[in-house]
Design a protein around this ligand. Sequence first.
Ligand SMILES: Cc1ncc(COP(=O)(O)O)c(C=O)c1O
Length: 373
Amino acid sequence: MSEWGDGTRSVHAGLPEPAPGQPFLPGPVFAAPYHLDPWQGPAGAPNGYGRPDNPTRRLLEAAVGELEGGDCRVFASGQAAITGLLLTVLRPGDTVLLPADGYFPVRAFATDMLEAIGVRVLFVPTAGPYPSLDGVRLVLVETPANPGLDVVDVAALAGRARAAGALLAVDNTTATPLGQRPLELGADLVVASGTKALTGHSDLLLGYVASRSAELVEAVTMWRNTTGAIPGAFDAWLAHRSLATMDLRLGRQSANAEAVAALLASRPDVTGLRWPGRPEDPAYPVASKQMRRMPGVLSFDLGDADRVARFIDAARLVVAATSFGGLHTTADRRAQWGDDTSAGFVRLSCGVEDTADLVADIAAALDAADPTS
Ligand SMILES: Cc1ncc(COP(=O)(O)O)c(C=O)c1O
């Protein structure tokens, strides 16, 4: 598998061996209990009960695990995976380092829940500087970070974490396993929302944890099975079906982001443009070294909420929606969700529309949003 290109790997990830008369990807198996062998009980077959056991889920886990280069466990959402990982690893008295500029609900969970059970929570900007990791149990980074798109050098941080006896987990949501392989860069764990570019059709929620450590995977599995934070069989199947086009989707999204970034950089009415693939971007030196491809997401500032609304309203190909990584281009004014971003801050997620159409539409919408410019 690893010798193949991204398109081949996406199409074939996790599929069973070809068998005459069988579909390429077996349909979803819907089961709470399964038939048991009356004499052997659960020992007699791989499936006993739906919370720990589902063959559709296992195929998806094989697929994501192949792409990340580790063993994978899928969860009902990215939040279920991240909070599950934090609560699996952390105990009262432990210290955890989290991104100060990362996904807001993770930060809120840490201050509301982790601190309440006696975990010491430290927030560090994704781009650093990182403090001494002595005495730290877990470092969780998001790279590129959502929504600010800063990055951190994973290999360098992994070396520091290992030396200090800390675990390093990388949120790979924005990059996807085709954009970046944190386990190869030395991270102990990958955690991500599969709701975004991994599955890319804006029609399901999914999360996962992946690792090369059997011990960590076993602990995460135990957490997932006892809390029941599993995705349903249909969502797992839909996610697996969607993986096949990931290389194609990401290719177009990234090309669109590059063209949109060039447009936005040329406009005096746009400030604060961030896209890690732009050589002028502060994230570029690290991103271009550790990432295998650039994301379709960029961020910028239009000054105030009204101007953002006028821009989205005028656009024909940009719709107002949160989340990112889908087939359709979306814009999200993050401050409306209580995120600590400025009022005019926009996260734009490029879809798979034709590049020329998208660039022309965004240029026209920016003109319409500010007739004086
Ligand atoms: C970087 C990052 N991690 C985790 C999540 C949470 O994922 P989910 O919405 O699937 O729970 C998100 C959601 O936007 C995210 O952007």
